[in-house]
Write a protein that binds this ligand. Structure first.
Ligand code: AMP
Length: 451
């Protein structure tokens, strides 16, 4: 791929000047979008003229509309699908994101004189209705890779006439291990097509994917200006791990949030914390990968509708999920990585709204949070809440052997590091590796402290 480092000049303008037709302009007006966000201003004209696009954007920056508005306009003007063919394919990493994206597309297509046929194909639901719905083809299919391939294997659709491919959250698709599926899907697409790739981060695997997929793409990077940066107040509260649920309950009761998304590390904690809050009379629900698709959809819909005030979720809900006007996110357990931190807190402070993101840190997780801060060049003040002051003190982990290391068996092994990251993510004290005079090596007992 000859990548044209054609960084878009992102400036503010009106939807009128972007080349959108009247039905699309009516749709954005109906949704009270007054002006395009920077990524929309850059991407919409490029997509309309048929260019491949490789874009990154802040969470909540209007990325979906940036590809969905021009895509809808192109599909409205294109030949109708037939047989088992689909005209446009959007690949997403999660079922929730698939539903959200198709809902956005339908919103933007609402005023077209001829309706578009838009379908979703995701796992966790019976395949038969999806196969039936694909009869006669579709203008647009939003799919997760696994289910898409199942449908192809059942002969329910063909990708041979896809004219536009969108990869949304490409880095997450790869994180979730969809590389082999993506390779197979790309092999089934026609060579002549338009490809759009959206990714929050650009690890080498995404760059390889981009090189394989895109032809002379327009590279769009929205600058980190105050205007593009979500207004999220980041707070860090010190609390002993076993008291986190009580503190959470206190915060929910005293802050008057209309809704809050709480991230935890495991399905067990998810259920357990939700149950405790419900018993305390708080409208809470759990969202994790072991629930049925119906229950997952319902939990999110209930939070959006205000029926549920506190949604306890695993990282399943960290990416792409749009809960308009969500005022708060809580990291009950810290995220594993600095990138996950960005995605989690990005569920609040969306579309110009202000939000607060609170992270709980306990004796065993201070060091992990400092690492997240370091990677984001952040220094956040530590707070304590009256009545919840921590009693446990930080477990100090020497990063290198006091003698400077360099002796075989005295540096942390890869396994030690993995264990530490896992322990930190679930809020357990990190197994401390004390380095005494050789040859003894002691690993501290893992005391309680997880939820
Ligand atoms: P996204 O980043 O695509 O998840 O979008 C985040 C939120 O911003 C969604 O609720 C969109 O409806 C909203 N949105 C998208 N574009 C605009 C715009 N130009 N003006 C105001 N809100 C927007």
């Amino acid at each position: 791929m000859a990548l044209r480092e054609n960084r878009a000049n992102v400036t503010c303008m009106s939807f009128l000047s972007l080349g959108l037709t009247e039905p699309l302009q009516r749709a954005v007006a109906a949704w009270h979008y007054e002006e395009p966000t920077p990524i929309q201003a850059a991407a919409i004209p490029a997509i309309l003229r048929g260019a491949d696009v490789w874009a990154s954007a802040q969470t909540g920056s209007g990325k979906t509309a940036a590809f969905a508005l021009p895509l809808v306009q192109k599909l409205a003007a294109a030949r109708r699908p037939h047989g088992r063919y689909v005209s446009a394919l959007i690949l997403v990493p999660t079922r929730e994101l698939a539903t959200q994206v198709v809902e956005a597309v339908r919103r933007y297509a609402r005023y077209l004189p001829q309706p578009l046929k838009t379908l979703v194909a995701v796992g966790g639901l019976s395949i038969n209705p999806q196969m039936l719905a694909l009869g006669g083809g579709a203008d647009l299919l939003v799919a997760t890779p696994g289910r898409l391939l199942d449908l192809i294997d059942h002969n329910a659709l063909s990708l041979a006439e896809v004219s536009v491919l969108v990869l949304d959250e490409a880095d997450r698709l790869l994180d979730l291990g969809f590389k082999a599926e993506l390779d197979r899907i790309v092999g089934l697409l026609p060579a002549r097509r338009q490809s759009l790739l959206f990714s929050a981060t650009f690890p080498p695997e995404v760059q390889t994917l981009a090189a394989a997929l895109l032809r002379d793409p327009l590279r769009i990077e929205t600058p980190d200006t105050a205007e593009n940066t979500p207004e999220i107040l980041q707070r860090v509260i010190e609390v002993d791990a076993p008291r986190r649920t009580q503190l959470l309950r206190h915060l929910v009761e005293t802050n008057g949030w209309s809704g809050v998304l709480v991230f935890v590390a495991t399905k067990y904690t998810c259920e357990h914390v939700a149950e405790k809050l419900v018993r305390a009379g708080i409208a809470a629900a759990a969202l994790h990968g072991e629930l049925s698709q119906g229950a997952r959809t319902q939990a999110l819909a209930d939070l959006k509708a205000g029926k549920v005030k506190v949604l306890i979720a695993t990282d399943l809900a960290a990416r792409g999920i749009d809960i308009p006007k969500l005022p708060a996110v809580v990291n009950y357990d810290l995220p594993r990585s600095a990138v996950d931190y960005t995605h989690r807190i990005g569920r609040t402070g969306r579309a110009g709204e202000a939000g607060v993101a609170i992270s709980f840190v306990s004796a065993g997780t201070h060091a992990h949070f400092r690492l997240i801060e370091k990677l984001h060049s952040l220094t956040l003040e530590r707070e304590q809440i009256a009545g919840f002051e921590p009693r446990e003190t930080e477990v100090v982990t020497p990063l290198v052997a006091p003698d400077g290391g360099g002796i075989k068996g005295r540096r942390k092994s890869k396994k030690d590091k993995i264990r530490e990251v896992a322990a930190r993510a679930v809020g357990e004290p990190v197994p401390v590796r004390v380095v005494p005079p050789r040859p003894a090596r002691v690993v501290s007992p893992r005391t309680g402290g997880g939820f």
